[in-house]
Ligand binder design. Structure first.
Ligand code: FES
Length: 160
């Protein structure tokens, strides 16, 4: 059985094939390719990074160093909805810690974590430039200003 599984891959290589088609096979394409891979897979799968390294002729160590340098990239699978709680000074003072606790309590995950059903990931972020509406929580691409713990529940439901 082990031999039969040796060529098995968990990722859809069709997605990375399509991405690689769009760019010149050279090192300057690296960040754009990684951005597209992140968008397509919702993270940067290890075997896709190996493929990108080979196709663009960039050493794997360099691919990993770029992948780990930028916060927009993740090496672990992310939830379909990413929740970002701003922990900048204004948001911290206005209650960000309570918001983080509320999300943790409702979803059972810590910052950096993803729910088992891959519905949600929770992250803390630095100031997102919307201090006037602090505290700020971003759910997917929706900004929630003056966020209150009690008001978060409506945004944390599955299967919308
Ligand atoms: S500190 Fe949260 S938006 Fe600036």
């Amino acid at each position: 059985m082990g031999d039969a599984m040796s060529g098995y891959s968990c990722v859809d290589h069709g997605l990375v094939d399509a991405i690689l088609e769009r760019y010149p096979r050279e090192e300057p394409s690296l960040i754009q390719v990684l951005q597209d891979v992140q968008r397509a897979y919702n993270f940067l799968p290890c075997e896709v990074l190996t493929r990108v390294s080979r196709e663009l002729g960039v050493p794997l160590s360099k691919v990993f160093s770029v992948a780990t340098f930028y916060k927009a990239f993740s090496l672990t699978p992310q939830g379909r909805v990413i929740i970002k709680v701003c922990t900048g000074t204004a948001c911290h003072i206005r209650g960000a810690p309570l918001l983080i606790e509320e999300v943790q309590r409702r979803l059972g995950i810590l910052p950096g974590g993803t729910t088992e059903d891959a519905a949600f990931s929770l992250h803390t972020v630095n100031c997102v430039g919307a201090c006037a509406m602090a505290p700020v929580v971003i759910v997917g691409d929706k900004y929630l200003g003056n966020a209150k713990a009690a008001g978060l529940a409506a945004h944390l439901t599955r299967g919308e």
